[in-house]
Design a protein around this ligand. Structure first.
Ligand code: GLU
Length: 274
């Protein structure tokens, strides 16, 4: 008998998976298994310029080699655009969104301090939501979500404990759809986690602020959020978090260098970081 627990792993196929992904996805797999639940595999391949089918195939192969298995999927986000479009329409009609002609570059240039996270979108650049009325489809312009100023968004994370972020301080009006007609990560993930009945989201700590944004989306869509469990990030020998550009630490490279799945899962072998 399966329990009601439903988890997911959701790689983005823009490169090879590395040790950090292995640790997070292994945790997601273990938590679903310990709960006697279901694990869904979702390929987050919405951005046609950055995502490649060969990386989607490589991710599945590497995860199987690692010892992971899943019960449903792979579900590809690229085949689910009508659902994101419907959520966009619902949010737009309820007055949560506005069309925006400012680019990411504009926002980066307007920010005074260097940010590790995305800089806060300047409030004075908001356009009135009435401008949204002229649009029946989202493409051609960026769409942003109006984040309430000063609202405290907090949740109790299964791994990290209490997390709190403040609207317009820790993050500003965020993208839900871009001018190249690609639904943004925040929107697609919320729509999918709801549609797939996910009860616990396991992912990396780099997405804690995204979770605060997503809480606003759940509320705007009139839905209850799932539970969250954010895993610590794996860092290299210099303390930097791993990125897909660190090819030497990809699962593929480690496997070719003779690492065994158990060693990758525990991160037990010393790696040089080179
Ligand atoms: N697709 C994201 C990634 O590869 C994960 C998104 C999520 O788990 O919400 O980092």
């Amino acid at each position: 008998m399966l329990s009601g627990y439903r988890g997911r792993i959701a790689p983005t196929p823009t490169g090879l998976l590395h040790l950090g992904h292995a640790a997070t996805f292994w945790t997601a797999f273990q938590r679903a298994r310990e709960a006697g639940g279901t694990l869904v595999y979702r390929t987050e391949n919405l951005d046609p310029r950055r995502c490649k089918p060969e990386f989607a195939d490589a991710a599945m192969e590497d995860l199987r080699w690692l010892g992971l298995s899943w019960d449903e999927g792979p579900v590809e986000q690229s085949g689910r655009r009508t659902f994101y479009r419907e959520a966009w329409r619902q949010l737009k009609e309820a007055g949560f969104l506005y069309p925006c002609t400012r680019s990411r570059k504009d926002v980066a240039e307007a920010s005074l301090a260097p940010h590790e996270e995305e800089p806060v979108f300047p409030l004075e650049w908001r356009t009135p939501t009435t401008e949204a009325e002229n649009f029946s489809v989202p493409g051609g312009v960026n769409w942003r979500f109006r984040v309430p100023e000063g609202e405290l968004l907090s949740f109790v994370d299964g791994a990290v404990g209490r997390v709190a972020r403040t609207g317009q301080k820790d993050f500003g009006d965020f993208l839900v759809w871009n001018r190249e007609d690609v639904p943004a990560y925040e929107l697609a993930v919320v729509v999918d986690d709801l549609a797939m009945g996910i009860t616990e989201v396991v992912r990396g700590e780099d997405l804690l602020t995204s979770t605060a944004r997503q809480l606003l989306l759940y509320r705007a869509l009139g839905a209850e959020p799932p539970r969250f469990y954010h895993c610590p990030l794996v860092r290299d020998a210099d303390g930097r978090r791993l990125a897909k550009r660190d090819a030497a630490l990809s699962l593929r490279a480690l496997r070719e260098a003779g690492w065994r799945p158990g060693e990758v899962r525990s991160g037990k072998r010393e790696f040089s970081g080179g």
